[in-house]
Design a protein around this ligand. Sequence first.
Ligand code: HEC
Length: 155
Amino acid sequence: MLLKYNIIILKYIFFISFFVILSLPVKSELDLSVEEIIKGRKALFSKNYSTAKRVQALASKDEFEKAKTLMIEMSENYKTLIEYFPENTKEGFKTEALPIIWENKDEFNALMTKSSNDMIQLTKIIETSDDVRSTLGKFMWANCKACHSKFRAPH
Ligand code: HEC
């Protein structure tokens, strides 16, 4: 009898905890402050830059497996970066992002997605490429330039 009672109590505790956990707010990108978002995207771009240089160095030495892991990392970072340009982060904290980003958000996001997809494409073709340097130029570095020339302030 006592055992049955205990089990009922335990069931209640279990279900109540379950619903309390469900109702907790999910921490999303949007909860970040403007400062965290601008500094966060700068940090991600800087990281992608150093990763890109490592990709170049590794691929030039035929170390394709390591290079491919880093290419996938860059591809994921580009996808994350799309979330780092909400309307309220147009200015401040030394951002070099130009206002034209928000006037042409679809074009900007499409360039980010293309850059991400090109890194995946690169993992598939780099090993069999005749000219590693120019393949990296076309599928990796050209995307940086295409976006910066329109959407990032001259620095
Ligand atoms: C689709 C657009 C886009 C692509 C693609 C892109 N960037 Fe950028 N990048 C930007 C924008 C916008 C900023 C300015 C961010 C800011 O200051 O808020 C930036 C900033 C940077 C910065 C400066 C970060 C800082 O600390 O201020 C570096 C470095 C950089 N990018 C490197 C690269 C490299 C390398 C690539 C390619 C491998 C690349 N980016 C691809 C849009 C892009």
